[in-house]
Design a binder for this molecule. Sequence first.
Ligand SMILES: [Ca+2]
Ligand SMILES: [Ca+2]
Length: 420
Amino acid sequence: MSRVRRGAAVFIVMLAICCLVFFGCGGGGHKIGNGNGDGNLPPVADFVIIPTSGTINTNFQFDASNCSDDQDPSSLLEVRWDFDSSGDWTSWSANKIAYHQYFSEGTKAAKLEVRDTGGLKDVKTKVLTVESGVTTYEFVMTWGSAGTGDGEFHYPRYIALGDNGQVFVSDANNDRIQKFTSDGVFLTKWGSRGTDEGQFDTPQGIAVDKDGNVYVCDGGNHRIQKFTPDGVFLAKWGREGKISGRFDFPIDIAIDSVGIIYVADKFNHRIQVFGPDGTYIRKFGSYGSEEGQLRQPEDVTLDGVGNIYIADTSNHRIQIFQNDGTLIRAFGGLGSTNGQFNIPWGIGLDSDGSIYVGDKYNHRIQKFTSDGVFLTQWGSEGTDDGYFDCPKGIAIDDNGNVYVADMRNSRVQVFRPTAP
Ligand SMILES: [Ca+2]
Ligand SMILES: [Ca+2]
């Protein structure tokens, strides 16, 4: 056989093999099988993501129930997931529903792989966007200006909200309490400079009990005074001193659901606890910078389960205690970056347990999770709407609106949360 004819024969054999592969195994060219001769086809991967977009708080549901196959019912197909295309796959499972939460914002490429009982596979990728989900705050309204008239202030310090949304403000350097509607309409006022019942020396923290009665820290008189919702004097207790039950400038007050009263006793560097009638019960805290110690605490606030949040002001931190005085956690430190403070001296808690802090010389409000993780902050020094000059007391209503005593601007400012 000549070299040419032998080459032609090889070519024909090769062509025959190609045809056999193409038509024999390919089933006439309209199907591609697995090579086992059973005609099995790969499954088709498909899935939906619910919701289609979300935040770092969203637990996304991934549903691959719509995967299909030529031979196997969906129940026999197995799936696995790589939720962020990291190469880190879940285990194979016949369960078509999976859940995943993303802890960082950004665009994610979620991958599904499906396989049939013959081992044939298919992959599908879908892209979703995860937002940060952090609520921000926008200015709503302000009221007040420097002065002594109704609705005017001289260095307002603390704010408390009544059951019907009334806003009580300690107008400290005017030695009085003022009461407003939630829209800032002046309702009433009481108090003047002095030591008689119903008079004040720079009133500070305010608390409203379940009956609507108003407790006021009468700082310079080293006592607590109790009033009706309209300011009629009811009771008082305390005098200057270091022993239990006495005060050295009581500056903030909080009342729990059964009427137990907590007082931040500023220059005694402690929290004192009283019964509803002012009977001394116990105290905790001592001067120092170790964990659990206090230096000039200026705010005490309670959450719904009785934990105690303290602005440990001169230590530039927030400390959270259990009801028995055991420290849960401390966070903060002197500075101006997120999560640091320069004289934190006001605390607000919302119904979700988030913590708001009046950060005096950083002229801003900072918001944290109940675990003390920084969430957001707003404000800087100034006199325009939304700016602050030493923001102090904070109160949050049931709708998440944040009321701030903007001390050296002698006004109240209100902010509302905006959906992320
Ligand atoms: Ca198949
Ligand atoms: Ca408080």
